[in-house]
Ligand binder design. Structure first.
Ligand code: SF4
Ligand code: SF4
Length: 314
């Protein structure tokens, strides 16, 4: 099963794109247990995960985000600027770990978006000059997949409904837009700093850590939000994910939708200054210690020669 999820071109160009489908386009496809290639796609699984995929799977497995990430995912670079992504872990032969023998997918009701859409590829696109991204589709035809030979025709919209992708798209849409914006932002949107990348990873996938972060005193000293919002973020994971998108837009692109405390800027400048001064002090101390050590070794070397233990003497 190949992953076309994040093929998100900046502008429409028929020379570089697969044939685009809309919700009304018809496809011929059927996948069922009796088909000769049953499970074949899951034996070559290359599944990129989006935030809501992680939430559904970790809930199903009763795991913390940390546990889920460690056990079931591998990191990869989603974007050339180091934007981090994750894929489902597979065994050495490339088979998905959730494949349950001949029974098929062991997490079927909570399978990720890419698995639901396959063989339809989801493309989030924005035409030049447009402010909003548009959802388009493509059809992935792979040799091993015999579902294309089946005698059933349906529209992409009908296929989406059958596969239950609506909730997934609703929850992930803003995240795709974030990536699209990062990708097509041009030189004005440069490489995010290390802290922004860490925030991106935490808010996108490690929800337990992100929850702790937004409920911390430090966060509350920086952002001016009502207690009601904090209560919701504590109890409602969907709300937490969507708040993460807002925070990422604010940090990565300066779209200010979360009010900051009045003194937040001054405090940040002071903290940065303190960090910078501490770093400079540490560097000076390390340099002095090195110079002292070198002097000591030099002096010891001369003393050793003076007392007759220098090896080069005749
Ligand atoms: S999650 Fe399920 S459908 Fe997706 S690759 Fe794994 S076994 Fe197949
Ligand atoms: S028809 Fe395609 S999607 Fe269905 S099991 Fe076969 S390879 Fe997988």
């Amino acid at each position: 099963m190949s992953d076309e999820k994040f093929d998100i071109p900046e502008e429409l160009s028929s020379a570089t794109l697969p044939t685009l489908l809309t919700a009304e386009s018809k496809i011929r496809f059927r996948c069922h247990k009796g088909i000769s290639c049953f499970n074949e796609c899951c034996r070559h699984a290359d599944i990129t995960l989006a935030p809501y995929d992680v939430l559904r799977l970790q809930r199903r497995l009763g795991m913390s985000s940390e546990e889920f990430l460690k056990k079931h995912t591998v990191p990869f670079q989603l974007e050339r600027d180091g934007v981090p992504g994750i894929k489902l872990r597979t065994d050495e032969d490339g088979a998905c770990l959730f494949l349950d023998g001949d029974k098929g997918c062991g997490v079927y009701e909570d399978r990720p978006t890419v698995c639901r859409y396959y063989p339809v590829g989801l493309l989030s696109m924005r035409e030049k000059g447009a402010s909003k991204a548009e959802q388009k589709y493509s059809l992935v035809v792979e040799e091993h997949c015999k579902g294309h030979d089946e005698d059933r025709e349906l529209t992409v919209a009908e296929y989406r409904e059958e596969q239950g992708v609506e909730d997934y798209d609703e929850m992930n849409r803003e995240w795709y837009e974030l990536i699209l914006k990062k990708r097509s932002g041009g030189p004005g949107v440069g490489r995010p700093n290390e802290m922004s990348l860490q925030l991106f990873f935490m808010a996108s996938f490690n929800f337990d850590m992100f929850r702790k972060f937004v409920l911390s005193d430090n966060f509350k000293r920086t952002y001016d939000l009502p207690q009601q919002t904090y209560d919701e973020l504590e109890q409602n994971e969907e709300a937490l994910i969507k708040f993460g998108y807002r925070l990422m837009r604010q940090v990565l692109f300066g779209e200010m939708t979360i009010p900051e405390q009045k003194d937040a800027w001054d405090r940040r400048v002071k903290e940065r200054k303190a960090i910078w001064e501490a770093r400079t002090r540490a560097e000076i101390e390390a340099r002095n210690a090195k110079a002292e050590q070198a002097m000591r070794e030099e002096t010891l070397g001369e003393d050793a020669c003076d007392t007759g233990s220098c090896g080069d003497r005749d």
